[in-house]
Design a protein around this ligand. Structure first.
Ligand SMILES: Nc1ncnc2c1ncn2[C@@H]1O[C@H](COP(=O)(O)OP(=O)(O)OP(=O)(O)O)[C@@H](O)[C@H]1O
Length: 271
């Protein structure tokens, strides 16, 4: 399957159309990260992108997040051009974005308070979300008193409490051990099924992309374009602990891996 964009019903939650993003390096050369880049994510859809290291995955998220502008093309959220940071968009990155000096409760309350929600209601919402991510009893712990997986749960509560319509995730679980990672993947799928956000999930781990996503886009080596998009027709809800042993999963993984490997080898040859 090799359409250049994810085919979605209009309007897309996220759309990049013929996008180019170039950087000027310290030596004055132009580095082209994305060229003619097309991608669309439908409302409520879980999409993942995989590609060789350094190909432009984080750059793509940065454009959607409104942290940078493309040199060419269009980046839209629900058909409107991205114009700076948008409150409908949530982020979860590899590094914890929790405030180290605040306890769990005040970390999770931060979003609603920032949006102008009253203190009492913000606290009630935060306590609810803390319970939903399995951290009841840890409200007054500070981040340094939590494990990596628990801090990730705080980050998820902090993000989902804002009911993002679009959720950008940049290798959010890559620093976790395998078992914790699996638990977090399962929790993410449950939260997403309720929140119905459009998710764009960047990962180096093809298995993770297939376990989680409705579609997986493979990027080319730099300058990145969308090389292929694969629909993941595995039923939901998915059991991430066992699905990877399913024959259908293995067949999908083998197919996408052929595509990805070609780009990884090209990237290596160009280094
Ligand atoms: N601000 C910047 N100035 C110059 N070059 C940049 C800048 N940001 C990113 N780049 C370059 O753009 C390319 C794409 O970077 P990006 O971080 O998007 O890749 P990635 O696919 O997310 O990488 P990885 O898989 O290693 O996380 C890289 O070559 C990087 O060095």
């Amino acid at each position: 399957m090799t359409p250049s964009a994810l085919p979605t019903a209009a309007p897309s939650a996220i759309e990049l159309h013929h996008v180019a993003r170039r950087f000027v390096t310290p030596s004055g050369d132009v580095l082209s990260a994305l060229e003619d880049f097309d991608l669309a994510v439908a409302p409520g859809e879980f999409s993942a992108i995989v590609g060789p290291t350094g190909c432009g995955k984080s750059t793509t998220l940065g454009l959607i997040a409104g942290l940078a502008k493309p040199q060419a093309g269009r980046v839209t959220l629900f058909d409107a051009p991205v114009a700076g940071v948008d409150r409908r968009v949530g982020f979860v990155f590899q590094q914890d974005a929790v405030f180290p000096w605040r306890d769990v409760l005040h970390n999770v309350m931060a979003g609603p308070l920032f949006r102008g929600v009253g203190k009492q209601q913000a606290e009630a919402e935060a306590r609810d979300w803390i319970a939903r991510v399995g951290l009841k009893g840890f409200e007054h712990h500070h981040p340094h008193q939590l494990s990596g997986g628990m801090r990730k749960r705080v980050a998820l509560a902090q993000t989902f409490i804002n009911k993002p319509q679009v959720l950008l995730m940049d290798e959010p679980f890559s620093a976790l051990d395998v078992q914790t990672r699996e638990l977090m993947q399962e929790e993410l799928l449950q939260l997403w099924a309720e929140a119905k956000s459009a998710v764009l999930f960047v990962t180096h781990d093809l298995d993770e992309a297939i376990l989680l996503a409705d579609r997986v886009a493979v990027l080319t080596t730099r300058p990145a374009r969308v090389k292929s998009v694969h629909s993941i027709d595995l039923p939901r809800p998915r059991d991430v602990a066992t699905l990877r042993y399913d024959e259908r999963f293995i067949a999908i993984a083998r197919n996408i891996n052929d595509d990805l490997r070609e780009e990884v080898l090209r990237a290596r040859a160009g280094q």
